[in-house]
Design a protein around this ligand. Structure first.
Ligand SMILES: CC(C)(COP(=O)(O)OP(=O)(O)OC[C@H]1O[C@@H](n2cnc3c(N)ncnc32)[C@H](O)[C@@H]1OP(=O)(O)O)[C@@H](O)C(=O)NCCC(=O)NCCS
Length: 181
């Protein structure tokens, strides 16, 4: 059975494994490192994160900005989270989001379940827009986001450098809640 729910600090290890790093830097092996980061397809992030980093983030942000996880057979296989876009008051209802699925669970509906749950949780908190930037070559992400109602706004050219290479990013947005009506 697959179900999505709001994350809590007990999920930090699973989130870190999927996104990022081994739980403990001292015992981290290369293959434990962030499945998302290692691919170089999902994010400009290059630093692995520990479960402690994730726990801190959840504690500091969870009241305003939700993180959701998707469980299957009792195991966390995906997560999605929203975070502040800009500190200005006019952007109070705009959130950036991330979504990551464990490698072995990709293509089985977990990403869609995570995004659906994140949208619903954000709507309940009065957030009116979700946005993100996606690498143009990240077809799975672009496909998923199109399927769950995101619009591609345009492309930032040479928006960042990863491993010394220029990378473009596609901006995606979806109006939710009151703004979508
Ligand atoms: C992008 C990602 C989150 C997609 O999640 P997923 O669980 O594999 O996607 P789902 O199985 O829920 O698929 C949702 C839809 O997207 C489509 N899709 C997903 N992966 C696809 C692929 N590789 N090729 C074509 N379509 C794809 C599916 O067909 C599905 O549409 P459908 O329900 O109408 O069939 C996942 O591949 C991932 O974690 N990638 C690494 C991290 C990343 O890139 N995150 C996004 C950063 S912005």
């Amino acid at each position: 059975m697959t179900r999505a729910r709001v994350a809590n600090v007990e999920d930090a290890l699973a989130i870190a494994r999927i996104y990022c790093a081994a739980a403990d830097r001292r015992t981290a092996r290369a293959e434990d490192y962030n499945e998302g980061i290692a691919d170089r397809l999902a994010t400009f992030e290059t630093e692995p994160r520990t479960a402690d980093d994730i726990t801190r983030g959840l504690r500091e942000r969870a009241q305003r900005w939700p993180t959701v996880v998707v469980e299957r057979e009792g195991r966390v296989i995906a997560w999605a989270s929203a975070s502040e876009y800009r500190a200005r008051a006019c952007y109070a209802g705009v959130a950036e989001f991330s979504v990551y699925v464990a490698r072995e669970a990709r293509g089985t509906g977990a990403g869609r379940a995570a995004m659906d749950a994140l949208v619903s949780e954000c709507e309940g908190r009065g957030i009116w827009k979700l946005l993100s930037r996606v690498f143009p070559e990240n077809e799975p992400s672009r496909k998923l986001l199109a399927k769950v109602g995101f619009r591609e706004v345009g492309t930032y050219r040479r928006h960042g450098r990863l491993d010394g290479e220029w990378r473009d990013t596609v901006i995606v947005e979806r109006l939710i809640g009151e703004a979508a009506r």
